[in-house]
Write a protein that binds this ligand. Structure first.
Ligand code: GLA
Length: 389
């Protein structure tokens, strides 16, 4: 792929100068959903699909973008003096936001760049195509401009900052962290209250991770995502009147039950319940995985889905159909919605010998019930972002 993209770069921008290639993966979250902005734990892993980038510094301060996914748009030109978000800038708002954040943090970009990208994460599928583009841009700028002191973790934070403040989506740290810090065959057990993390090997000799795309597009910007966040903040403020906590992640289930009546609004109460229980489920799930108890891991995934469906209300009809179908298939250890929600994908752990049945049965029945096809990806866990040789 890299070769073809390099050819494309030559075609669009010419072949002279120091041209470099980069990759940043998408992610799937195994468990720990909507906990990352509540000081809880998450358990995502990087995928082997993601976004590729080819770049070269320019002599002037122009920035020229080209996406091989949106070739009809042609070259989109802007400049370092125009790092402001706009609707018309479309996908380039993501790399522009990262450039803006670099400058804001004192990492002066001394020239513009030509930047070609191509990604193989289905758009709007909840597998973090935007976070991968942000981390990709960060890796590219760090390398091109020699900011060696910036760590991969900083790049995740820069990506999140740009998404929050340039693109108006109040996301947590999970997606950018997974894209930047991923490790082959491991999931990242991350405590979002202090960014301490541990790589947990995901050894599944008898099973596969299968992602099912409902092909219902979710748009998180301006959606209910930011509302959920506000509801959790309101719940936290109420709880802080009766107990000494910094985040919802500080509470066990028992502590939550003891104090929950302090939360005035019943909707905020169930949102907080999800955040607290989901965090505890994530801790338990990682323990189960370490003990090779995949069955328990799967049960916790199922419980996570029910909580996201009923208490957090971020599922949707199509996703519930996928999960219900999955739960009926022998050999499915666990299945749940993954990512921000309101469409997107499910993640399932499926015994090797049930994978074909899983894809056939769900494929057919989903089409019958919903009217359009689902897509299936049997995925591998890959490494985090970096420069390509
Ligand atoms: C989106 C956000 C993440 C996280 C998930 C839900 O993917 O970008 O920060 O909040 O939703 O777990």
């Amino acid at each position: 792929m890299q070769k073809e993209l390099m050819q494309k770069f030559y075609e669009i921008f010419g072949n002279e100068g120091d041209i470099r290639s980069y990759f940043a993966p998408g992610r799937v979250n195994l468990i720990g959903e909507h906990t990352d902005y509540n000081g809880g734990h998450v358990f995502p892993c990087a995928l082997t699909i993601g976004t590729f980038g080819i770049a070269r510094k320019r002599e002037d301060n122009k920035i020229r973008f080209y996406s091989a996914n949106f070739s009809k748009l042609g070259v989109i030109e802007t400049s370092l003096d125009d790092l402001v978000p706009s609707e018309k800038a479309g996908w380039t708002n993501y790399p522009k936001g990262v450039m803006w954040t670099f400058e804001k943090r004192g990492y002066k970009l001394t020239s513009g760049v030509d930047f070609l990208i191509w990604g193989n994460i289905p758009n709007g599928s909840g597998l973090s195509s935007s976070a991968s583009l942000e981390v990709l841009t960060g890796v590219m700028l760090r390398d091109m401009f020699g900011f060696d002191e910036i760590t991969m973790q900083d790049l995740a934070l820069i990506g999140q900052y740009s998404e929050n403040n340039f693109n108006g989506m109040n996301c947590g740290i999970m997606d950018q962290f997974a894209s930047a810090m991923g490790k082959k065959d491991c999931a990242i057990f991350l405590d979002t209250s202090n960014l301490k993390f541990e790589y947990a090997p995901v050894k599944l000799p008898d099973a596969k991770i299968v992602i099912t795309n409902s092909k219902v597009k979710h748009s998180l910007v301006g959606s209910a995502y930011n509302d959920r966040r506000n509801e959790c903040e309101t719940a936290l403020k109420d709880l802080q009147k009766v107990t000494d906590i910094q985040t919802l992640g500080d509470l066990t289930e028992e502590e939550f039950e003891a104090h929950k009546d302090a939360i005035q609004d019943p909707v905020c109460r169930v949102r907080a319940k999800h955040a607290v229980y989901e965090n505890q489920r994530t801790i338990k799930a990682v323990k189960a995985l370490k003990e090779n108890n995949i069955e328990e891991f799967g049960r916790l995934m199922n419980a996570s889905h029910i909580s996201l469906r009923d208490d957090y209300e971020v599922s949707c009809e199509e996703i519930d159909i996928l999960v219900n179908l999955a739960w009926q298939i022998p050999g499915v250890l666990g299945s749940r919605i993954t990512g921000g929600g309101f469409g997107g994908c499910t993640v399932s752990i499926v015994k090797n010998d049930a994978v074909d049945t899983f894809i056939d049965t769900i494929g057919k029945q989903y089409k019958e019930k919903v009217g359009h096809e689902a897509e299936f990806y049997v995925v591998e866990i890959g490494d985090g972002a970096g420069k390509l040789a």
